[in-house]
Design a protein. Structure first.
Lengths: 88, 190
């Protein structure tokens, strides 16, 4: 159980670091919409994030619902751990 | 519409149970300059902003503050995990525990419940944005006070991340204030 969680936390952590990069670039682009380099970096980060997220969701279920990601059977969204339970 | 992502914005680790510190971090959960106030301030002010940039930044920073609010709750949850009633009593949390047990509650470190009176909508984009900039500085100062009181290096790592975000938000709000003032000046020309 612990091993499974730590592999999950490892994958999650990588997604979190790219996701944070995307958050920070979003705020920057809001006030610098014509920065070509930042926009390319944002699009590149989004592409990496899409790939990492798809790989994670195959193993551990959706990271987002309401139509953003598909789920295997049975409905995997409710599987623990929830974010506050993850041991990093 | 909002989407919930089943991941924190930044990892939360604690060295061990620490009810004294758990109570202190509540200041940023439901305090006057905490994350709930920040999220509600920006997400409430955005509707009447005059430019797309101002509407966008208030939406996005307001959303990021919700993620910070979750990080603070996670700190509290982890710091209270495994704590015994005797430890709670010794840390001065008996009054908190009597009402809430180990649940997180929307209050400040002193026990004052959260109120909408902590933020304003002034019907004036410049007044609102200047309040937002002050709010970021007050939140930064609060994080520094909590860092001064903290004895857990793992918690400090997360607090330092959150402190840094206040500095970035302050910068972005300053840029939006310029954008809104330029918009107001050009509007007068025609």
């Amino acid at each position: 159980m612990n091993k499974k969680i730590s592999q999950q936390a490892k994958m999650l952590r990588e997604i979190m670091s790219y996701h944070f990069k995307a958050v920070d670039l979003t705020l920057y682009l809001d006030t610098h919409p014509s920065d070509v380099k930042a926009l390319a970096e944002y699009n590149h980060t989004t592409q990496i994030l899409n790939n990492l997220t798809a790989a994670y969701e195959q193993c551990y279920g959706p990271l987002t619902v309401f139509g953003s990601a598909m789920s295997q059977y049975p409905w995997r969204w409710i599987e623990e751990p929830w974010p506050w339970q993850v041991e990093f | 519409m909002w989407l919930y992502q089943k991941a924190l914005e930044y990892p939360v680790r604690v060295s061990g149970p620490n009810p004294r510190l758990a109570k202190i971090v509540l200041e940023q959960y439901g305090g006057s300059d905490g994350e709930a106030g920040a999220a509600n301030r920006y997400l409430t002010q955005r509707y009447m902003m005059p430019t797309g940039m101002a509407k966008g930044i208030l939406t996005d920073i307001g959303t990021e503050e919700l993620a910070h609010w979750e990080i603070i709750a996670t700190l509290f949850y982890k710091l209270m995990k495994g704590v015994t009633p005797a430890q709670i009593k010794a840390a001065g949390l008996a009054d908190y525990y009597a009402n809430h047990g180990k649940d997180v509650y929307l209050q400040n470190a002193g026990g004052v419940p959260f109120t909408a009176a902590y933020f304003a909508t002034k019907g004036d984009p410049v007044a609102n944005l200047v309040e937002d900039m002050a709010a970021e500085q007050k939140a930064r100062a609060t994080y520094e006070h909590i860092l001064n009181l903290s004895d857990d290096p793992c918690v400090n790592d997360t607090l330092k991340f959150l402190r840094e975000r206040e500095v970035v938000h302050f910068q972005r709000f300053g840029e939006v204030l310029d954008n809104v003032q330029t918009w107001m000046n050009t509007k007068k020309c025609f």
